[in-house]
Design a protein around this ligand. Structure first.
Ligand code: SAM
Ligand code: SF4
Length: 339
């Protein structure tokens, strides 16, 4: 980190302070969720990926410039070799107080192995993606995943004292009928639950996505048939909105990047596993951070590249399903940007 620049916080041209960084540490995964990957994915050669040391330098630079929340994602972050070394390295920023939160988004398959170590490093919460509680449907949607392993991982996380937030992708004709059973299961287990609207990512067939598109306003209306929903003012700077179910006290989130304009409070940027910095999930513009990382052991050029990129962070994105065609589609897989 270069001492001259680290004290000046990252603020974009629309006066949004960049305090949240999401980093994908691998494009690989032990699952093949149908909405995320094709069954026969070609993954990147290892040399394309940032090394764990490069990831450390990159995250440390962002933290030096005001990032307070770091989310590790993928692909599946917990299948990256040596990933616990990286979490250990990042934990030093929790200990110093520079980082307020270190967290991860995972499919849960490896939590049985890692939950205790993660908790010991100061991680307090994990997001676990789980779209169904039906073992057959789970195997169908993830292709390679097995439900008992993930439920075991969630149990391990809970036992280690981690708060679990379940992320479920809302899929028409797939988990519609599980709306209430998933809600009730989360209430019983003490997990928060957030529904994600399926996004037009990658090059999956356009028809399939439109077929599966279950608008969260419809999901919300269904939920309101059984529960009293109170809107919560809480905003995270991201696309999630929250309600409380008065009958259970549960908090339910809705991530509707396609139908809601949340850009005005956007506090986040994303880095892919190859070091591409995306200033907006819905736009193609990016900055290559791998080149300055590899060009010099000194972080001056890296930080200058980050600042120049933030100065180009766009005002908003351009997804739109409303015209029944995939407009503003970005030809990137979620496993590349990390969701
Ligand atoms: N493997 C980890 C997991 O599944 O949680 C982390 C990476 S995954 C790409 C991050 C999130 O993106 C998951 O919650 C997943 O359900 C979501 N996701 C993947 N493809 C999506 C799509 N096309 N639309 C909406 N969400 C998607
Ligand atoms: Fe893997 Fe997560 Fe994508 Fe599923 S959503 S294939 S678990 S990266």
């Amino acid at each position: 980190m270069s001492p001259q620049t680290q004290t000046v916080p990252l603020v974009d041209p629309f006066q949004r302070a960049i305090s949240y960084l999401r980093v994908s540490v691998t494009d690989r995964c032990d699952f093949r969720c149908t909405y995320c990957m094709s069954e026969h994915m070609t993954f990147l050669p290892k040399k394309e990926l940032l090394t764990l040391e490069e990831l450390d330098r990159l995250c440390t630079s962002f933290i030096g410039m005001g990032v307070e929340k770091l989310r590790i994602t993928g692909g599946e972050p917990l299948v990256r070799k040596g990933i616990m070394t990286f979490f250990e390295a990042m934990a030093r920023h929790l200990q110093s107080g520079a980082l307020k939160e270190l967290t991860l988004t995972t499919n849960g398959s490896q939590l049985g192995r890692f939950a205790e170590d993660l908790a010991a490093l100061g991680i307090r919460r994990v997001n676990v993606s789980l779209d169904t509680l039906d073992p057959q449907k789970f195997a169908a949607i993830t292709r390679w995943g097995r439900l008992p392993q993930v439920l075991g991982g969630i149990e391990a996380a809970k036992a280690a004292g981690l708060r679990v937030k379940i992320n479920a992708v809302a899929l028409k004709g797939f988990n519609e009928e599980e709306l209430f059973s998933l809600t009730e299961w989360c209430a019983r287990e003490g997990h928060d639950l957030t529904w994600i609207e399926v996004m037009p990512m990658g090059e999956m067939g356009e028809e399939m996505r439109l077929d599966q598109y279950w608008p969260l306003k419809d999901l919300r209306a269904r939920l309101a048939e059984r529960y009293t929903l109170t809107d919560l003012a809480e905003r995270t700077g991201g696309p999630a909105r929250y309600v409380r179910l008065e009958e259970t006290g549960q908090k339910i989130g809705f991530i509707t990047p396609l139908t809601h304009n949340f850009c005005e409070s956007c506090n986040r940027v994303r880095v892919t596993c190859t070091g591409e910095l995306f200033m907006c999930l819905g736009q193609e513009d990016m900055a290559d951070l791998r080149a300055p990382l590899r060009a010099s052991a000194d972080d001056t050029a890296l930080e200058a590249t980050i600042r120049a990129a933030i100065a180009r962070k766009p005002k908003g994105h351009d997804f739109d399903y409303s015209r029944q065609k995939v407009a503003g589609q970005v030809n990137r897989h979620m496993s590349h940007t990390g969701g």
